[in-house]
Design a protein around this ligand. Sequence first.
Ligand code: NAD
Length: 313
Amino acid sequence: MSWSVGFIGLGNMGSRMANNLLKAGYKMTVHDVNCNVMKMYSEMGVSTKQTPFEVAEASDVVITMLPSSSHVLDVYNGSNGLLQGGSLLTPRLLIDSSTIDPQTSRKLSMSVSNCTLKEKKDNWENPVMLDAPVSGGVVGAEAGSLTFMVGGSEDAYLAAKSLLLSMGKNTIFCGGPGNGSAAKICNNLVMAVSMLGVSEALALGQSLGITASTLTKIFNSSSARCWSSDSYNPVPGVMQGVPSSRNYSGGFASKLMAKDLNLAAASAEEVGLKCPLTFVAQNIYTEICKDGHETEDFSCVFHHYYSGESELN
Ligand code: NAD
């Protein structure tokens, strides 16, 4: 399908995702509030627009990759936003890949469903929105190996699949609107809590006289094994090629983990579910950021929160 694709939000993730779409041959129109980024794309010969609305007018599909819910709301509902044209929309599909709260995804999906298409094409009756946040980070965005967690109509998901696979290697349909956003914040909640659990146990082990290297071997061949112990170990010197082996640089920043835990905590409060680990994890990552480690990889809790020791020789 030769869709023309609009892309809004060309930051660390978005620029790499947009570049993979360009490589795949999609005709693109882009927008970002950062003039330098716009200049760069313009010099690459890509069509740039001053507002989200102009991007919408030029596109069959619009993808957004923005910092947070407020930015997404602004790009959709702001004065020059995607939905500025009232109930008539040019793009048939709007895909938001930002990590935001499921409630906002659901509200926006409803607003989009209440619109009609300016021009009906390829049997699409109404415009549709998908929430499609990603996991895989900047490395996955660059390599085109992201995993998309998709909420919305299943037909729209199937129609969007090949477009998403130009930027990723997995797509998982999660159910109705907002379920992609829900999946993303639940995934990162597990990631935070398991990292804290592994860090806490390895630091305790060191204090009791067992090295983290020995304890990690035990975890990885027994019931404590998890991604934080066997693929992303937080102790400097235990694994090569992970952020802990390079001063906690070049990974998933603690401030992004704090942001995702804030979303999980707000969602837990909204539905009234008892989620004590969510709030403990939120407090720890808030503290880590306040102490000046916000750009360090989130595995730095081992060192900065638990005062665990490096096992680098
Ligand atoms: P970023 O801050 O690097 O990029 C955001 C881009 O959006 C910037 O270029 C900014 O200028 C632009 N922008 C902000 N407001 C805008 C507006 N109103 N209109 C147009 N452009 C606007 O952020 P990022 O790291 O690329 O993350 C984007 C999203 O992806 C976030 O929701 C984040 O939580 C999520 N995410 C990030 C990672 C990661 O490792 N960086 C991993 C998974 C998910």
